[in-house]
Ligand binder design. Structure first.
Ligand SMILES: [Zn+2]
Length: 455
């Protein structure tokens, strides 16, 4: 009983972000994947000083006086990244209940729930997320910006966030928050302050408005989507001229552009316009993938989202069921082709469509559709760091990078589902989690001894 209490207390202190200032921490495990190599090395050692990696390699000598944390039969990896989340939202339950809840709940209550979503995401080993859209009907609150800032100020525990604020889309398109509601129920048509813009000039205005309010990245819905009531899933929703304005204005302001896009025709137009990543990409044909590859544009496949929707298809209205079935049927072949053709793939899940914290399930789906284990791991580390424009700071385990380090039990290059069994999380040199997560503790009546996990 006493031991258990100590472990719980220690975990609580770590959770609160005990900092390792002036102390060398050495992380040891049976293996290490550094984010660059094509294999794991044995006897991984990482030396951490303050918020940075001092050294990382196999069988490194342990400096005297260092605090050594032996993580046992585990693999040290760079903190995982998810390039497509919605940490301020949760669409995972019954669609109509969610729709009603969106009208019922105060936006502050949504924000409080989001702090829990942030915590379970980092506890699952995801130390960075790109959060691609946060909107509440008839509200102008920037909950994603508040969440990001509160994490940066260490008011709450969560992953590093790059946020997109509202996202940009056309009237009646996938992002129109009043889609499917009675006309003028909310008293006005949404405008650029809600991310809804029509015509190149308004698109520029919407980009400027979002950057003014804290956007790190610009997201736009250029085609229809699955979970929206009044559009077809693959139809174009922005014109080539609007996309040209979107990309030009965003890049002038040094922001990358991620586009929600299922349809093939509009994907080609978005690629021509020079977007940085295509999200979903369900119906893209091989010729379109060739165009992407030539331009080095990333594909963020979000396989977990469609898998979740198909597994709970009765939760959705009939019109959405038909769209989900069509998109899911097309996306597996599209993804297999993208892997075969060597299109750059960024790891992204669309967390919120399924429960937060289950992000790592994407790895197995990628591997099942033909990606190698190592390439899947690279997609969530080095590739995402490059797409997010933060590769100089994170994404690999090497000297001088920020100490975002996780451990997964077993060897993910032998069994990719090891990524779902995270035993340790460090972000910027601070231990977020050692041993069971809060969710796992709640599931078990007694917390296991941390040292038992390290055996
Ligand atoms: Zn999304």
């Amino acid at each position: 009983m006493k031991i258990t209490s100590c472990v719980v207390l220690a975990s609580f202190c770590f959770g609160a972000g005990a900092y390792a200032a002036d102390e060398l921490i050495v992380l040891k495990a049976a293996r290490m994947f550094d984010g660059k190599s094509n294999a794991v090395v044995q006897n991984g050692v990482i030396v951490v000083k303050d918020d940075k990696i001092e050294d990382a390699g196999s069988n490194l000598q342990i400096p005297g006086g260092a605090r050594v944390i032996d993580l046992g039969d585990a693999t040290l990896c760079p903190g995982f990244m998810d390039a497509h989340t919605h940490l301020t939202e949760d669409f995972s339950g019954n669609y109509n209940e969610h729709r009603l809840q969106e009208l019922d709940l105060n936006v502050s209550e949504h924000a409080i729930r989001a702090t829990e979503f942030a915590r379970v995401t980092i506890e699952a080993g995801f130390t960075t997320v790109r959060d691609l859209g946060s909107r509440f009907v008839a509200s102008h609150e920037f909950v994603d910006v508040a969440l990001r800032n509160s994490i940066n100020k260490r008011v709450i525990v969560g992953p590093r966030m790059l946020v997109a604020t509202k996202g940009i889309g056309a009237t009646g398109g996938h992002f129109d928050p009043t889609n499917g509601f009675r006309d003028f129920l909310f008293g006005r048509e949404p405008d650029y302050t809600d991310g809804i813009a029509n015509g190149p000039d308004e698109i520029r205005k919407a980009v400027r408005f979002e950057v003014k309010n804290g956007a790190d990245v610009i997201k736009a819905a250029v085609s229809g989507g699955v979970l929206s009531l009044t559009d077809e899933v693959d139809t174009p929703q922005l014109t080539p001229a609007e996309m040209a304005a979107l990309v030009d204005e965003s890049h002038r302001l040094r922001k990358k552009v991620a586009v929600h896009c299922h349809g093939d025709q509009v994907a080609r137009e978005a690629i021509d316009a020079g977007v940085d990543s295509i999200e979903h990409g369900s119906f893209m044909k091989p010729d379109t993938l060739t165009m992407m590859k030539k331009k080095g544009i990333f594909l963020t496949p979000t396989l977990t989202a469609s898998e979740w929707i198909m597994g709970k298809i009765d939760n959705y209205p009939p019109a959405l069921q038909a769209k989900a079935k069509a998109a899911t049927a097309a996306r597996s072949e599209m993804f297999r082709n993208a892997v075969k053709m060597g299109v750059r793939i960024s790891f992204g899940t669309d967390a919120a469509v399924f429960p937060h914290g289950q992000n790592a399930k994407e790895f197995k789906l990628m591997v099942d559709l033909g990606m190698s284990q190592v390439d899947a791991l690279k997609s969530a580390t080095a590739n995402d760091a490059e797409l997010l424009g933060i590769a100089q700071k994170v994404g690999t385990l090497e000297k001088g990078k920020l100490a975002d380090v996780i451990a997964v039990l077993g060897d993910p290059t032998a069994d990719i589902t090891a990524t779902e069994r995270v035993s340790f999380v460090m972000k910027e040199g601070r231990i977020v989690r050692q041993g069971p997560s809060g969710v796992e503790k709640a599931e078990k009546s007694a917390s296991p001894n941390v040292s038992a996990l390290a055996d």
